[in-house]
Design a protein around this ligand. Structure first.
Ligand code: ADP
Ligand code: MG
Length: 691
């Protein structure tokens, strides 16, 4: 037998046959070490017995008493019903599944100790399916440790996990876990790793339960540190691999850029210039760029991306610009075509909806290199897409592409041993802590300034009983010569339902706002129809635009100064902020009305309050993280990747700087330790860079 528990497979544990091995493997548990690192997410204190009279409804408790009687009752469901009594009162235990042995054990006069949740039942307090054991003369004491509660997994019960860990903990006495953290990396350990693991699975009853239940116990923090480190290293490893593969040097000679800047109706902000320089410096070198550009909505990221694209084109390379949705991609196409066509540079377009001959034409433009600028959606990943010579991939992420896709585009662009540079833009800011962990493989630039002349948006929150008042306000706003948006949202991501809701509202508002030009746009309309309505709105031929969340991106009408968002409680904060960014683009004061459907949950209330209080995308992103957690904030694709067993990005922010430092030290001084740390915390399937 190996000395180390990562070398010992789970099948060495009793009761773990081939079927169980398969189940465990599926959730990434292969070795005894993996069992030990399946850590409890909380604990129950079963050391104290609660007198029956002191039970609180809905709370978990340990009770002990004498069985007064036990019967099989034939109600709607056959059940075993048992009366338990102590010196303070009586409760009922109810079992819907039971064995003959159970029935025979629970005879009158037997003393048992149970654990379960006290609920209000037909006959007073009831416990459904409590865990219980007989109290014999030889066994009387309470549990001598807190009871761990493990994250639930398919096909494995709590009792199952407890049995496995019991055995694994016994093995821990004879075998070892590898300590991968040298002394100069990470928090000062006051216990050995073996002791830490032992403690977390079986904390003594005098442990600091409050710290434990908040995940703030030093021993938990120590493991949280290692876990964050593992995630970090996994991403950095990816980056290191990427950087071994050179990229083309794309020094800008400045000519195209000058023409472009001369044609722009505005000057770049200092922040745009700064970030632009960072990017141009990166891509002038053969070390592949991996850079994330963050900036609040409206900060002007697109222009910065275009500047980088110019450099690639000057060097005879292609640029791919990829967006997560069709509408966002279309908007980029419009911008890039407007900017590049006058310079004699062709753009190609690819989306899932493009079919047949038109599609083939575009594919040809891309493959021949005739179109240096290629704009599209995920469709750019498809096998049939071949780039002639891709030098730069620009990804407008909106938190929806994962690491895997970033890599796929890179692979696609490989040309004569050179890999494209990568520029990632996020449509909304990501809280610093998330950026440091989820994007640890990227360098980060921040556009921390909005173009001049924007006025802050005044946001109000009201319930939809005041709908008529709001409609009146829209009328007044438009009579005063300004324009407005009315945004309809739905819970479902169904374009059809959204479109329907918008159509109904459109009809209602048309009736109520006679004399005003009211338009409608939604995702189910043909691009030409949409474009036509948008153009009319831009020219102020329409004063009110009823829309689904499709206007989240790309609409730019400075005269629009009022936005009504229906049911804002259904949207994430980032999306609301993005939507709201459509107003406040001109010099008049702008307003946003968040018209919710009562009742609001506490969380929704807090979220809408955050919107009212701040116009700062970074602040709002932090709030979103606090209220909804990293999975939601990063969006679905990243969710699986950012699941932690022990760490919590919000709670453990303070660990992130030291984790970063430790990662650098390990890479520089202990490269042989990296794989051990990564594989302990990230089972293969969850590894960044594996699909
Ligand atoms: P985002 O960062 O949200 O993607 P965009 O790139 O779409 O922002 O830019 C938002 C709007 O601001 C666009 O209409 C763009 O033309 C305009 N814009 C960008 N940079 C400047 C600037 N320096 N001065 C004035 N307007 C600008
Ligand atoms: Mg944008």
């Amino acid at each position: 037998m190996s000395d180390y528990l990562d070398q010992l497979t789970v099948s060495t544990l009793k009761g773990v046959g081939p079927k169980m091995v398969e189940k465990l493997n599926k959730i990434g548990v292969f070795s005894v070490q993996d069992v030990l690192f399946h850590l409890p997410m909380r604990y129950q204190d079963r050391s104290k017995i609660t007198p029956l009279a002191a039970l609180q409804m809905g709370s978990e408790a340990v009770i002990e008493g004498e069985v007064k009687g036990c019967n099989v009752v034939m109600g709607r469901r056959r059940s075993l019903v048992c009366k338990l009594q102590d010196h303070t009162g009586t409760v009922t235990l109810r079992f819907f599944h039971f064995t003959a042995a159970q029935k025979n054990n629970l005879t009158a006069g037997t003393r048992i100790r149970c654990f379960g949740e006290a609920r209000r039942g037909a006959s007073g307090i009831e416990f459904y399916h409590p865990e219980y054991k007989l109290v014999t003369d030889s066994y009387q004491g309470g549990d001598d440790s807190l009871t761990p509660v493990y994250p639930s997994t398919e096909g494995m019960h709590q009792a199952g996990w407890r049995k496995l860990t019991e055995q694994a903990l016994l093995l821990l006495k004879k075998h070892r876990l590898r300590e991968w953290l040298p002394e100069n990396c990470g928090p000062i350990a006051t216990t050995t790793l073996e002791q830490a693991i032992q403690f977390l699975h079986k904390p003594p009853t005098d442990a600091n339960t409050e710290a434990l239940s908040n995940g703030k116990h030093p021993i938990q923090q120590r493991l949280a540190f290692e876990e964050l480190l593992a995630h970090n290293l996994s991403l950095l490893k990816l980056r290191n691999i990427a950087q071994l593969q050179p990229a083309p040097k794309l020094p800008a000679n400045g000519k195209l850029q000058q023409q472009f800047l001369d044609a722009l109706p505005f000057q770049l902000t200092a922040a745009q210039q700064k970030v632009s320089t960072e990017i141009l410096t990166d891509i002038a070198s053969s070390l592949p760029m991996l850079r994330l550009v963050q900036g609040d909505v409206g900060s002007g990221k697109t222009v910065v991306a275009a500047m980088a694209a110019m450099a690639a084109v000057e060097n005879d390379y292609q640029v791919a610009i990829m967006a997560p949705t069709e509408i966002l991609a279309e908007q980029h196409l419009i911008n890039f075509t407007t900017w590049f066509q006058p310079l004699g540079i062709k753009t190609a377009w690819l989306s899932g909806k493009l079919k047949g001959k038109k599609r083939q034409q575009q594919l040809d433009l891309i493959a021949s290199g005739e179109a240096p600028i290629v704009v599209g959606t995920h469709a750019l990943f498809q096998q049939e897409v071949h780039f002639a010579k891709l030098g730069l991939a620009i990804i407008d992420e909106q938190h929806r592409f994962g690491v895997h896709q970033r890599l796929a585009l890179r692979e696609k662009g490989a040309h004569l041993g050179l890999y494209p540079h990568q520029l990632i833009m996020t449509a909304t800011p990501i809280p610093r802590t998330l950026a440091m962990s989820a994007y640890a493989d990227l360098d980060c630039s921040i556009i921390d300034e909005l173009p001049p002349g924007r006025t802050p948006i005044n946001t109000v929150v009201m319930d939809n009983s005041r709908r008529e008042q709001v409609i009146e306000r829209v009328r007044q706003n438009c009579i005063d010569g300004r324009q407005a948006y009315w945004v309809c949202t739905l819970i479902e991501e169904s374009e059809q339902l959204q479109a329907q809701a918008a159509e109904d509202t459109y009809e209602e508002l048309q009736k109520k706002l006679k004399g005003l030009g009211v338009g409608l746009v939604h995702g189910r309309m043909k691009p030409a129809e949409k474009a036509d309505i948008m153009a009319q709105f831009k020219r102020n031929q329409l004063q009110l635009l009823v829309a689904t969340t499709v206007i989240e991106v790309g609409v730019d009408v400075p005269n629009a100064s009022l936005m009504i968002i229906e049911n804002p409680e259904r949207l994430g904060l980032a999306q609301l902020h993005q939507l709201r960014g459509r107003v406040g683009r001109g010099s008049v004061a702008s307003h946003c009305v968040l018209m919710y459907q009562p009742p609001l949950s506490q969380q929704s209330r807090e979220r809408l309050t955050a919107m009212r209080e701040s116009n700062d995308g970074f602040y709002i992103a932090e709030k979103d993280l606090e209220l909804r957690g990293p999975g939601e904030v990063l969006g679905t694709r990243q969710t699986g990747l950012m699941q932690f067993k022990m760490a919590d990005l919000t709670r453990d922010q303070a660990l992130l700087e030291p984790v970063k430092a430790a990662a650098d030290t390990l890479i520089a001084e202990y490269p042989e330790n990296l794989e051990g740390i990564i594989s302990r915390w990230l089972p293969d399937a969850a590894r960044y860079g594996h699909a």
